[in-house]
Design a protein around this ligand. Structure first.
Ligand SMILES: *Cc1c(COP(=O)(O)O)cnc(C)c1O
Length: 366
């Protein structure tokens, strides 16, 4: 079976986990601090605040910006529910807008059209590991005095020009079990804003500056040192593993390049895609529709994924939610019908890549 994701943790993980177990310092201790420092270095970020998940990272970032009821946050309709759930958890209203087809990122014109006097923040998503057009989003945000919190849950080590995602402004990462770096469960906020970083540190630990010195009502968003130990060993390999993902993406692209009926993922100029997913679109020109292609590949031992089958506002629980607003999203609707992610992870062998290419070719050239 060629799986859509495969987890390898690096050689040092046992020793690091053992170190935590022997130390007895299991939560918010030295291993968490080490993880934060190393991740900040990778992102070229000033501050890194580790938390319990990518979702709580986004909730905490929005809370630290003091968003709440009455405030509106604009985000992509084509994302994992966590992005929207975190906005709702903060008390704000989520305004979902359309995407662009070239990078699956939020459409800047759609964002601009959705801005109201109550809009306070934009949450762009670097979907599949492809950085979105963040420079345009930042200038739009600056013109309207809005905060930007990047959802970089798929984009560890991605770059725009020379800038690593997370090196400017505020971004959140996830270390869930399938992400490019995993701690099992885990998340982190990076920011260049010292005041925001300080509020985040308070918020994650019940608002305490020192023990029982409460500064603000907070929460328990802490990461454990066991989780941090699982993540640390991967960080030194991240660059190499991302390069392998990129190489695999190139191999798949070369092998599938001229087939009718599919569109390969692009890499817009100046952006460094880290291929959390290699996502093709199976269009109406394809001799086999997406569902049949996925089934036929599964029959040949190739796992695929549909990320995501519907834009968020099409689910009843969001459509009827009082704090979810959406403008029509024809591009996201089309993407949801067409996307299919193929395995691209660093542990694919040459023969896995060959089987993948020939399987897709066989199905689409009949
Ligand atoms: C995984 C993910 C998150 C949330 O991360 P968790 O660690 O699972 O809470 C947020 N946004 C996107 C786009 C994700 O894929």
């Amino acid at each position: 079976m060629i799986r859509i994701s495969e987890v390898r943790l690096g050689d040092t993980v046992r020793a690091l986990v053992d170190e935590v177990l022997m130390s007895g310092h299991l939560v918010q201790g030295p291993m968490v601090e080490k993880f934060e420092r190393r991740f900040a270095t990778i992102c070229e970020a000033e501050h890194a605040i580790a938390v319990s998940s990518g979702t709580t990272a986004l909730v905490a970032a929005l809370q630290a910006l003091e968003l709440g009821p009455g405030d509106e946050v604009i985000t992509s309709a084509f994302t994992f529910a966590a992005t929207v759930n975190a906005i709702l958890e903060s008390g704000a209203t989520a305004h979902l807008v359309d995407i662009r087809m070239d990078d699956f990122g939020i459409d800047v014109d759609a964002v601009e059209a959705a801005i109201t006097p109550r809009t306070r923040a934009i949450v762009p998503v670097h979907l599949y590991g492809c950085p979105c057009a963040i420079e345009y989003i930042r200038s739009l945000a600056a013109a309207h005095d809005l905060a930007v919190v990047e959802d970089a849950a798929h984009a560890h080590g991605a770059r725009v020009g020379d800038a690593t995602v997370g090196s400017d402004g505020t971004a959140i990462f996830s270390f869930y079990g399938t992400k490019n770096v995993t701690t099992g469960e885990g998340g982190l906020v990076v920011t260049d804003d010292s005041a925001l970083a300080q509020r985040l540190r308070l918020l994650r630990n019940q608002g305490m500056k020192a023990r029982y010195e409460y500064e603000i009502p907070g929460h328990n968003y802490r990461m454990t040192d066991l989780h941090a130990a699982v993540g640390i060993g991967q960080l030194e390999h991240l660059g190499e593993w991302n390069d392998r993902r990129r190489l695999n993406a190139r191999r798949l692209g070369d092998g599938l390049g001229e087939l009718d009926g599919i569109v390969l993922p692009g890499e817009p100029p100046g952006r460094f895609h880290v291929y959390h997913q290699f996502t093709i679109r199976v269009t109406s020109d394809s001799p086999m529709d997406r569902g049949h292609l996925a089934k036929a590949l599964a029959a040949r031992g190739i796992e695929t994924g549909i990320y995501y089958p519907h834009p968020i506002q099409h689910y009843e629980c969001y459509r009827e939610h009082a704090r979810v607003a959406a403008t029509p999203t024809p591009v996201a609707d089309q993407a949801a019908r067409e996307v299919l992610s193929l395995p691209v992870h660093p542990w694919l062998s040459e023969s896995d890549l060959d089987s993948l290419v020939s399987a897709v070719r066989d199905m689409l050239t009949r």
